[in-house]
Design a protein around this ligand. Structure first.
Ligand SMILES: *Cc1c(COP(=O)(O)O)cnc(C)c1O
Length: 507
């Protein structure tokens, strides 16, 4: 196992990790990292039964390719592992109408973190009673949408929010409606990232009601006494990209303790316990996350033991995986534009002396995670394999930022060249959903692939879409040849692969 930093608390850049020795086979697709349908066929990467050169030709690059069977398979794995619990897909990882329908059809719940995520899910026909609304600063309009649409839970995050919600809920009750079901989000003083967790008495962050100060108990008591609200349980979320269950177990200990305090203060036995999301995924072949079965077994055991100790009935559990469902099944395809060898000084100890800056046609506008969190990714030459010797490379975007890095250090075959396609693995979570228009680059499309069929589930943003927001340019047509206007034929991947080396099948 190797740790890599993740999450906003590791936002400062750390020194580049040692890239290690080149693997024996640079084209190999590690099943920990690549989508379940990823194969090499005659050297070329296929996803969902589609060759990447055809996907790039039909849809352009950069392109998010989403393996539907992988995404839905991981959702189903969580649902099966947590058969006696509720699995909420944390939609901020990646949400579009098609994904909302898959999650609805597959019987999971959905978390929204804003009124617009909620509006999107409702517009896609997602059943309101299976939606929970999160957020530390929900507006009146967002809360009203939640109340009017009859969502399953509003996850309360502050006393101000309770003040805002109560009159709306009271109006609904006065009109003959049901009280609004809510959870109280508690901040339990456990902060977890990857391999470590920190347990503190206080937690210095913006979410939730502090357990240590007594605010969480105060909030729970206040909500229980409010007839227009129905407190169904407690919520805790401790971090993201977590690789073991110790942090969840520590959080469960504290939040079950709060269930006991609530019973003592009010006589009320709350029936639901939502332990949040944050289950890690493999971005690199050495990453070793826990699977849903292990998570379910350990969480179930610790909650049962804590409840037994306090003589409380075991509440219904809920979990909220986002990254663990959406992350691994999506790959970003880019076309290489330039390659620039940069001398790194004298080296020594056999260290490589040249780093090749491999520039692709996207970057921090479609994947901000490397720049923001110093996240680690891996990628492969996708349109062909090569038996050229390994070369130390850094894959960078085309933005005007030297921090515009996609893959900090990796080995690629020394004969990579402009026009080749690169595929970056595990970009399904927090990439498209965090995309920006920096440098007026346009948001890439998302294409779902399954059993040889490719379906564009989100089209590419066009320059006309962006001009439409501009007071001066709204009615001005972009130049007909502007990049990323819908193009009949995209040049990506059209170079012949047949004359190249190493056309061998792998998986
Ligand atoms: C972001 C978030 C999640 C999902 O986190 P992942 O790391 O994607 O699993 C779950 N619950 C809450 C409250 C969140 O804010």
């Amino acid at each position: 196992m190797r740790a890599h930093p993740a999450g906003p608390l590791h936002g400062g850049m750390t020194p580049p990790p040692s890239v290690g020795l080149p693997p024996a086979d640079l084209g190999v697709l590690d099943p920990q990292v690549w989508p379940r349908s990823a194969r090499r066929v005659d050297g070329e990467l296929h996803l969902g039964g589609r060759p990447v050169t055809e996907l790039a030709r039909a849809h352009g690059t950069p392109l998010f390719v989403l393996d539907e069977a992988d995404f839905r398979g991981r959702a189903a794995d969580f649902a099966a592992a947590f058969a006696d619990a509720d699995v909420h897909y944390a939609s901020k990882a990646f949400l579009c109408g098609q994904v909302a329908r898959w999650i609805a059809d597959d019987g999971l719940h959905l978390d929204a973190c804003s009124g617009n995520e909620l509006a999107l899910a409702l517009a896609a026909g997602f059943p309101a009673d299976r939606i929970a609304l999160h957020g530390n600063n929900k507006s009146l309009v967002e809360l009203q949408l939640a109340v009017d649409s009859g969502i399953g839970h509003v996850v309360l995050d502050s006393f101000d929010e309770i003040d805002r919600l109560v009159p709306m809920a009271a109006a609904r009750v006065a009109a003959g409606g049901a009280p609004v079901p809510v959870l109280v989000r508690t901040t339990v003083g456990i902060e977890a990232h990857t391999h470590e967790f920190i347990a503190t008495a206080h937690e210095d962050q913006k979410f939730g009601f502090s357990l240590a100060t007594g605010d969480a108990l105060t909030a729970a008591v206040r909500v229980i006494r409010e007839p227009a609200l129905r407190l169904t349980g407690l919520h805790s979320h401790i971090g993201s990209q977590i690789f073991d269950t110790a942090g969840f177990e520590a959080a469960a200990h504290r939040v079950v303790g709060l269930l006991g305090q609530v019973r003592q203060a009010t006589g009320e036995v709350l029936g639901e316990l939502n332990l949040g999301g944050g289950f890690g995924i493999a971005y690199l072949p050495d990453d070793d996350p826990v699977g849903p079965d292990d998570v379910a077994r350990r969480l179930g055991a610790v909650v049962a033991a804590e409840c037994a100790a306090l003589d409380l009935p075991v509440p219904r559990l809920a979990v909220e995986p986002g990254r663990a469902i959406a992350g691994p099944g999506t790959v970003t395809l880019y076309e290489i534009g330039t390659i620039k060898p940069v001398r790194l000084g004298s080296g020594g100890h056999g260290a490589p002396q040249v780093r090749n800056y491999v520039s692709v046609d996207g970057g921090m506008s479609d994947n901000i995670r490397t720049a923001l969190y110093d996240a680690s990714y891996t990628c492969v030459l996708a349109n062909r394999t090569s038996d050229a010797p390994p070369a130390l490379c850094r894959v960078v975007g085309k933005h005007c930022e030297s921090g515009d890095v996609l893959v900090r250090d990796l080995w690629l075959p020394a004969d990579v060249q402009p026009g080749d396609l690169l595929a970056v693995a595990a970009t399904g979570a927090y990439c498209w959903s965090m995309a920006s228009n920096y440098n007026y680059l346009l948001k890439p499309p998302v294409v779902a692939v399954r059993d040889g069929v490719a379906t564009e589930v989100v089209r590419r943003q066009t320059l006309s879409d962006v001009f439409a927001l501009d007071a001066v340019l709204a009615d001005v047509p972009p130049p007909a040849t502007a990049p990323s206007q819908p193009a009949p034929e995209h040049p990506a991947g059209v170079r012949s692969t047949s004359s190249r080396v190493g056309a061998e099948a792998q998986s």
